[in-house]
Design a protein around this ligand. Structure first.
Ligand code: R5P
Length: 293
């Protein structure tokens, strides 16, 4: 097995290769003056089982193109099979046609991934709520992994929590919230959220009493921070003692972290599925274990 990575995932790929004790093959990336991308694989992959790790947050279009160019090149260079790891899977939120005429972007991306010769795919806590099983969209073998146990264990080890409750900011977060609550041995609840715009949401107050409790808000993604900020306002307003946030994918667009901390969140714990200042839990062991299986 060999590990190869796209530009945003080099660090994670090196860690995964070290966990698996397999070679990491470096890559080269350049951008031409007109914006086109150049990629090169610096090693012999002929006859090899190649794992290609590529996170697609923040610059989804550019990173997907990198993936397509790399996968196609690897195939052309004689790789026996290509297993894709998308720690963060861009476009998964548009998994349905919400309004007539819209592209179902998730489906399009899936088709392209398959078309470049990907043999198998792994992803982590992907946001495709209306598709209960990845096998419903992928024709190749697909694996959904979760970082929620690792996030909960990190919180258990690093924080002393007083009467904690795990809260999800919307009904879709329930499976992640349930997992974290079960690891922490606490109760949980989810709020009701309505999205009003790209960075604006409305959240209904909970009927659950949170007064005096430490709260661990748990979600898959923090993008603009709008969701976490709104949930924090409501929970602090209802008397919560302290707010911590756990998330799998800390995209943290547009100064989200500063805004979240200004809203009263004490700490945010995320993974390195997307490199960020709060990427304190590595998904490398999770990926390595899945690949070993
Ligand atoms: C949406 O349902 C997701 O689970 C997250 O809550 C959402 O993507 C977070 O986005 P933002 O940080 O921009 O509110």
């Amino acid at each position: 097995m060999l590990i190869v990575a796209g530009s945003p995932s080099v660090h994670l790929a090196e860690k995964t290769a070290a966990q698996l004790k397999v070679p990491y093959i470096s890559t080269q990336f350049k951008k031409f003056p007109d914006g086109e991308k150049y990629v090169r694989v610096n090693g012999d992959v002929k006859g090899q089982d190649v794992v290609l790790i590529q996170s697609t947050a923040l610059k989804p279009d550019e990173y997907l193109i990198e993936y397509f160019l790399l996968a196609d090149a690897l195939k052309d260079l004689g790789a026996k099979r290509i297993r894709a790891v998308f720690p963060y899977f861009a476009y998964a939120r548009q998994d349905e046609r919400f309004t007539l005429g819209e592209a179902i972007s998730f489906q399009t991306v899936v088709k392209l991934i398959e078309a470049v010769g990907t043999s198998e795919i792994y992803t982590i806590d992907s946001h495709r709520h209306r598709i209960p099983d990845l096998a419903k969209v992928f024709r190749i073998r697909s694996h959904e992994l979760t970082a929620m146990h690792a996030l909960a264990n990190y919180i258990k080890e690093r924080f002393t929590l007083s009467d904690p409750i795990v809260i999800g900011p919307d009904s879709e977060s329930e499976p992640w919230v349930r997992t974290v609550a079960s690891e922490l041995g606490t109760s949980y609840d989810v709020m009701e959220k309505k999205r009003l715009g790209p960075d604006k949401v409305e959240i209904k107050p909970l009927s659950l009493n949170v007064k005096g409790h430490d709260i661990v808000i748990t979600d898959d993604i923090i993008s603009t921070g709008g969701t976490v900020i709104e949930a924090t306002k409501i929970l602090l307003g209802a008397g919560a003692r302290r707010i911590l946030v756990a998330c799998a994918h800390p995209i943290l667009a547009e100064n989200a972290l500063e805004k979240i901390s200004a809203a009263g969140v004490e700490d945010v714990v995320g993974t390195d599925s997307v490199q960020s200042p709060v990427s304190r839990v590595s998904v490398a062991p999770i990926i390595a274990e899945a690949l070993r299986k």
